[in-house]
Design a protein around this ligand. Structure first.
Ligand code: C2E
Ligand code: CA
Ligand code: CA
Ligand code: CA
Length: 278
């Protein structure tokens, strides 16, 4: 049993060494990727329900690695966060998202609304607001059309969060809670913080038709958002049936493969130019 234990230990430590090697490799690669033109942005439309007008987009980063091919953000964002590379990556995303979207109009000729994901570490940085202000000035993107998506865990330090949210509000930048319902934050956090919008996580949506509990939770979240006067958007809508159910529940905003996958800006421009057939 002793020998077996030793082998197992060796097995684990080899495995761990390999994984930390891989992480290091990705981390170094990511630093190069930012300056080396390997990152791109895709934009996923956000639409009104039930009429499916495109009112905004969410920017989602893509990494085309020269040897490993396309690496999904779920794989490299956590590494970027732990290593601190997220600071440079976040600045790159914001700058390029604003530049690419600066000229795009919504159906009524206004600036199309842009949502950008921001990690807790970026959000809490003391120079975050200044950097944001500079980026907006440099790119000419209007603050009023920008929205930052943060998760519940980002708001753990209430005092600091209040301070930053206050600054953002002064600038006219909106804030939404991403993946809402998956975190552990108490609802009082929402009541005490100036949040504009909640994004209901797609885990509540995928079996909406067959899961009365999931449906009840979504209904409760819609009622909550309403009473707190926050907008709501549902992510991960894949079927027309889900869209119908969600519309009936009073959800006015949606995002998901049913409407469009995340796409390059050139495809977005085509999509915006296409009459929607109804
Ligand atoms: P997220 O912010 O929750 O983004 C939504 C994810 O769901 C995206 O995955 C999107 O492609 C996917 N999605 C959209 N509609 C559907 C649908 O109908 N069905 C299904 N199954 N999936 C759908 P993606 O692009 O792989 O991004 C994964 C996560 O990586 C994001 O989750 C976000 O947390 C993070 N991420 C992506 N870009 C950035 C970024 O620029 N900065 C930061 N900090 N995080 C980012
Ligand atoms: Ca998001
Ligand atoms: Ca989300
Ligand atoms: Ca998510």
């Amino acid at each position: 049993a002793k020998a077996e234990g030793r082998n197992r230990y060796q097995f684990y430590s080899q495995d761990m060494a390999e994984r930390s090697n891989q992480r290091l490799h990705l981390e170094q690669g990511l630093r190069r990727a930012i300056d080396g033109g390997q990152l791109t942005l895709h934009f996923q439309p956000q639409v009104t329900l039930p009429d499916r007008q495109i009112v905004g987009v969410e920017a989602l980063v893509r990494w085309q690695h020269p040897e490993l091919g396309m690496i999904p953000p779920a794989r490299f964002i956590p590494i970027a966060e732990e290593s601190g590379v997220i600071d440079a990556l976040g600045r790159w995303v914001l700058e390029h998202a604003c530049l690419e979207m600066a000229g795009l109009k919504d159906g009524l000729g206004g600036q199309l609304h842009l949502a950008v994901n921001v990690s807790a570490r970026e959000f809490m940085r003391s120079d975050f607001i200044d950097a944001l202000r500079e980026t907006l000035a440099r790119t000419g993107f209007p603050a009023a059309a920008l929205e930052l998506e943060i998760t519940e865990s980002t708001l753990q330090t209430i005092d600091r969060s209040l301070e930053i949210l206050g600054e953002l509000k002064k600038l006219g930048i909106a804030v939404s809670i991403d993946d809402f319902g998956t975190g552990y934050s108490s609802l009082s956090v929402l009541r005490n913080l100036p949040i504009d919008r909640i994004k209901i996580d797609r885990s509540f949506i995928h079996d909406l038709q067959h899961n009365p509990d999931g449906a009840a939770i979504v209904k409760a979240m819609v009622a909550l958002a309403e009473s707190l006067r926050m907008d709501i958007i549902v992510e991960g809508i894949e079927t027309a049936e889900q869209a119908v159910i969600l519309t009936r529940m009073g959800c006015a905003g949606g995002q998901g493969y049913l409407f469009s996958r995340p796409i390059p800006v050139a495809d977005l421009i085509k999509l915006l130019a296409t009459p929607d057939g109804d």
